[in-house]
Design a protein around this ligand. Structure first.
Ligand SMILES: C[S@@+](CC[C@H](N)C(=O)[O-])C[C@H]1O[C@@H](n2cnc3c(N)ncnc32)[C@H](O)[C@@H]1O
Length: 269
């Protein structure tokens, strides 16, 4: 890949998806070289022409599936789920005691481990009242491949073993020796959709809580600032934003208030 081709790819991805891969040439090439060879492209320019010119969007989707980093796991960064249970859910349940409506969005849900963990926390928290609340979670990602996987909801046994044993029993059904499927009452409570965080947010109702963990690391400061501002606008007064533990938000650039590491709140009502 020539420098000019690499710059073209970087510019394309950053302008449309916010993903900045300028310092990742080796990784990008490592991921794409085989694909280009298999598909019979002679140069990266030829490939990029095909991506940009493909009206079906198929080649572009393949590119996003290959270049996004989708690493995730159940019960990742547990502090956030404890905070959800002990602080955020009691606040929502009090606030929405008349509507019984909980609105949480997992904005970079990858293969589903994060939104399913959130759904299990909600089910555990609501207990016998679980069925009386509409707690359907929105889970979105750019990659169609991880969304497809997430919707199936089938995970290797060792992936679910990080969850409390009682949760493994009550929230999964054994498929075979190696695989377990998320139970129907959890799966029906997570709505997976493809969505690019760079687009305008189409929500008709404001969110009580947004999980946006381990995705902004790929974005520039400017992109992050704009994104956090958009999230501010779709949060309920008092609503929370949770980011990854290794990420940060420039406190000067947002009206969200810092609550504790990686947790922010829209405090102006
Ligand atoms: C490392 S995973 C994080 C998964 C999960 N939130 C967690 O913390 O375990 C990052 C995800 O962000 C998604 N992503 C990257 N850019 C995006 C964009 N512009 N819009 C939506 N999703 C994006 C990727 O496809 C990937 O699945």
């Amino acid at each position: 890949m020539t420098d000019a081709e690499f710059n073209r790819l970087v510019e394309f991805l950053e302008s449309r998806y916010g993903i900045n891969l300028a310092s990742k040439k080796v990784i990008v090439q490592g991921r794409l070289d085989n694909y280009l060879a298999r598909q019979g492209y002679a140069t990266y320019d030829e490939y990029l022409n095909a991506v940009e010119g493909d009206r079906s969007g198929h080649e572009l989707q393949n590119m996003l599936n290959i270049l996004t980093t989708n690493h995730t796991y159940f019960w990742r960064e547990p502090d956030h789920f404890v905070f959800l249970r002990e602080v955020i859910l009691p606040w929502i349940v009090e606030k929405e005691r008349h509507t019984h409506d909980i609105r949480i969005w997992s904005g970079a849900s990858s293969s589903g481990e994060e939104p399913y963990t959130i759904a299990m926390v909600i089910k555990d928290f609501l207990g016998l009242n679980y069925g009386n609340w509409d707690s359907t979670l929105l889970a979105t990602d750019l990659s169609s491949e991880v969304l497809k996987f997430a919707m199936k909801g089938v995970y290797l046994k060792e992936k679910i073993e990080v969850l409390p044993p009682a949760w493994q029993r009550s929230n999964f059904k054994r498929v075979d020796e190696f695989n377990y499927r998320v139970s129907d009452d959890i799966r029906k409570n997570v709505l997976f959709r493809q969505f690019n965080l760079m687009n305008d947010f189409p929500f008709s109702k404001k969110m009580h809580c947004v999980f946006l963990r381990n995705v902004m690391i790929y974005f520039s400061e400017d992109t992050k600032r704009k994104l956090v501002n958009k999230i501010y606008n779709i949060l309920e007064p008092g609503g929370y934003l949770i980011i990854g533990n290794t990420e940060n938000i420039d406190k000067e650039a947002t009206r969200l208030e810092y609550v504790r590491p990686s947790v922010f709140r829209k405090t102006d009502m």
